[in-house]
Design a protein around this ligand. Structure first.
Ligand code: NAP
Length: 287
């Protein structure tokens, strides 16, 4: 697998996470570099939380030109950056770092990565009632971008205290007011009765627990938009049932590809070969 084409000029990008073995970002980005004939290489770096500071110093020291940041570092990484883009600062989470001559700047492409597939399906978030399940890193970016584009957002989380803290933090940085509830059957039925958009940002339904879903079929209606951030399997049980109910569905793979494409553009300054990245991601996931 080693490629003799790499030289002293090859530029290095990568992803830091714990775990990172499952990531398909290396496949997606290396396919994009190859497609455009760029002398870049993208590698996975397994970074445990106690090593995050050293990893970021290493990025500077080794002149690594860009990284993606995934679970569990998206919030913690902010303290090791020299600058944070206003959108990422408002969201309070960074999933892309660019190294410009030793200056580390953080960005968030998860938010825009979620929005683009929505817009591609001609879904206008303005004036829509959006229900988001989960209050972690992915939820933060999605709640912000939906709210920014005019949706009325309610977040339901298993640990209700965490959802409240989350809402307070987001409200403080963005000025957006969102609702929050504990994730239970009664609350879910109540919000789903009037929801236009449902987004699952929890890992429920992720392989190998493919048969799990937080939302029963009876709560899904025709015309509703149902998005799932889980990308493995590419069609979760939630999405299958939403499709049967006549809803518009958006899978996590599209968000993954879009956030990757937007990261690629930050590092290279070039338009990402989106279709090539999508193809590589689908191949890696065998879909
Ligand atoms: P995170 O920060 O760890 O948050 C996970 C959230 O899921 C928490 O709110 C947690 O609730 C909730 N949760 C977990 N298991 C649950 C269960 N059994 N029942 C109810 N709620 C549950 O993770 P994250 O960074 O937001 O990522 C979440 C998922 O999104 C992962 O599967 C990740 O791979 C995926 N993701 C996809 C993309 C993409 O591009 N498609 C991008 C980012 C993330 P508590 O607060 O109660 O623990």
């Amino acid at each position: 697998m080693l490629n003799e084409e790499f030289t002293g000029k090859t530029r290095i990008c990568g992803i830091i996470g714990d775990p990172v073995e499952h990531s398909i970002s290396p496949v997606m980005h290396n396919a994009a570099f190859k497609k455009l004939g760029l002398d870049y290489l993208y590698l996975p770096f397994h970074v445990q939380p106690e090593n995050l500071r050293r990893a970021m110093e290493g990025m500077r020291g080794l002149n690594i030109c860009g990284i993606n940041v995934t679970i569990p570092h998206k919030i913690e990484v902010l303290q090791y950056l020299d600058a944070v883009d206003p959108l990422a600062a408002k969201i309070g989470a960074v999933n892309v770092v660019v190294n410009s001559g030793g200056l580390l700047q953080g960005f968030n492409t998860d938010a825009e990565g979620f929005l683009q597939p929505l817009l591609e399906k001609k879904v206008d978030p303005r004036g829509k009632r959006a229900v988001i399940l989960g209050a972690g890193g992915a939820s933060r970016a999605i709640a912000y971008i939906l709210s920014e584009h005019g949706s009325d957002v309610t977040i339901l989380n298993r640990t209700s205290g965490k959802a409240i803290q989350f809402i307070e933090a987001v409200s403080q940085t963005t000025g957006k007011i969102m609702g929050t509830m504990e994730l239970n059957e009664m609350n879910l039925s109540a919000v789903m009765a009037v929801a236009d958009i449902l987004v699952n940002t929890t890992s429920v339904g992720m392989s190998p627990a493919n048969n799990e879903t937080l939302v029963t079929r009876a709560l899904l209606r025709p015309g509703m938009v149902v998005a799932d951030v889980v990308y493995n399997p590419s069609k979760t049980r939630l999405l299958m049932e939403a499709e049967k109910a006549g809803a518009v569905t958006i899978g996590g793979l599209e968000m993954l590809v879009w956030q990757g494409a937007l990261s690629f553009e930050k590092w290279t300054g070039l338009k990402a070969p989106l279709e090539e990245m999508r193809k590589a991601a689908r191949k890696a996931l065998k879909v």
